[in-house]
Design a protein around this ligand. Structure first.
Ligand code: NAI
Ligand code: SOE
Length: 390
């Protein structure tokens, strides 16, 4: 079984999630397509990198991400740093011939995304973007129902991603609230997850009509480099700085295949934690998914008997996509970690089998073009066609 040496850059929230996936993937998927070896981890100081190596089980550490790229032992470069670093690291990794696993959103802008996509194409390296929610078994089951025609022609997609971790104005100004680092706010950070699911389940976007809003225009400046995602509240004595990204985005969609839809995303939705939902209506039935109840897919088929009208719940388990590799009984509980384990499996499998994996940098680039259209539509308050020829 081939070993793949991993160089992981960024030891925050996603550093932890990815390290856990590398450690555990072969315990779930056996025989594994390959064995990930946690070789080197980078963060911005020697101290944080050393601590991360001990905690996440890496053999070596560095405070300079370029050392990861230059290391001839490394097969896969994993980018788990804030969005402003993705392009520079990915382009350098592609030039060094490394396969690349990169966190979402692909980059801050479509210009950066295009350069990243071109770099991996030119280098011929495998690349994947971490829109992991589509690898929740219930979401993959929704895709199976759509592909096999159980819902018939798709008419409508209604999606949400609602959170409240930053609804408090004293929640710190982390990198996620700075355009220079994040590129955009809610749109790029969480809206893109639902755009990824909408493209995966329904198809390509044609045009959008959007409204974006920033409610909290300044916040106390974060201490330290890691975004603690609302678990820390600062007080009014801490210096404040402006928020220059969106808190909320809502948009309507016309898909190329004639379906229509809408997506709403906010980080100001008190009471909503990771409320990723979609309801899809087709000519022959409907499905509903809520990530906060992610073992479940709600379905209703038009052919169901008249005395049984109403959604019923399928609990995902071994009979469903990825199920055999996970847990032996339905509804034991699929977690965020499992989506990362599946993602890690699918990426390494694509390298071993020399196949394309999705979502990849091409998908990320197209999603960034959709985001451009959403921003333009919000500014001009009219429908904007997505320009895929930029
Ligand atoms: P975080 O703030 O928890 O951690 C970022 C880490 O990167 C910190 O340890 C920081 O010191 C380090 N870092 C920053 N610049 C660096 C550099 N130049 N070299 C080495 N290390 C550097 O951030 P988090 O939440 O882990 O986000 C990272 C990326 O993952 C972002 O692109 C974000 O959008 C994405 N993300 C994706 C999620 C998903 O569900 N797929 C969930 C959370 C984040
Ligand atoms: C914060 O909104 C965040 O960590 C996002 O960055 C992730 O992509 C999302 O999946 C969880 O929430």
């Amino acid at each position: 079984m081939k070993k793949f040496n991993i160089g992981l850059i960024g030891a925050g929230f996603m550093g932890k999630a990815h390290a856990m996936a590398y450690a555990t993937m072969p315990m779930f998927f056996w025989p594994a397509p390959g064995i990930p070896v946690r070789k080197i981890i980078a963060d911005i100081t020697e101290e944080t990198a050393k601590d991360a190596a001990a905690r996440f089980g890496f053999e070596k550490y560095t405070s300079d991400w370029r050392k990861v790229i230059e290391d001839p032992e490394i097969d896969i470069v994993d980018i788990a740093t804030p969005n402003d670093t993705h392009a520079e690291i990915a382009i350098a990794a592609a030039k060094a011939g490394k396969h690349i696993f990169c966190e979402k959103p692909i980059a801050r802008t479509s210009e950066e995304a295009k350069k990243m996509y071109e770099a991996v194409k030119n280098a011929g390296v495998k690349n994947m973007l971490a829109f992991n929610y589509r690898r929740t078994p219930a979401v993959a089951l929704a895709k199976k129902f759509i592909d096999e025609g159980s819902l018939g022609k798709i008419l409508n997609f209604r999606g949400t991603y609602l959170q409240d971790w930053s609804a408090d104005p004293l929640s710190p100004l982390s990198w996620r609230f700075q355009k220079a680092i994040a590129g955009s706010g809610t749109l790029g950070d969480i809206g893109t997850h639902v755009i990824d699911m909408a493209r995966y389940l329904v198809g390509e976007f044609d045009e959008v009509m959007a409204t974006m809003k920033t409610y909290i225009t300044e916040r106390p400046v974060q201490q330290g480099t890691v975004d603690k995602l609302g678990t820390v509240k600062l007080d009014n004595s801490v210096k404040k700085a402006p928020v220059d990204v969106d808190d909320e985005v809502s948009f309507m969609i016309r898909f190329k295949n004639g379906a229509v839809g809408s997506i709403e995303a906010t980080r100001n939705g008190w009471g909503r934690n990771n409320f990723i939902t979609f309801e899809i209506h087709g000519e022959k039935g409907s499905i509903f998914f809520n990530y906060e109840r992610r073992d479940e897919l709600q379905v209703y088929f038009a052919s169901d008997p008249a005395d049984r009208r109403g959604f019923r719940t399928i609990y995902t388990g071994p009979a469903h996509p990825y199920g055999e590799a996970l847990w032996p009984i339905p509804a034991l509980g699929i977690g965020y970690g499992e989506t990362k384990i599946i993602e890690c499996h699918d990426f390494i499998k694509s390298i071993v089998e020399d196949t394309e994996v999705s979502p990849n940098f091409e998908d990320g680039y197209k999603i960034s073009l959709i985001c451009d259209a959403i921003i333009e539509s919000s500014e001009k308050q009219k429908w904007i066609k997505v320009n895929f020829n930029k």
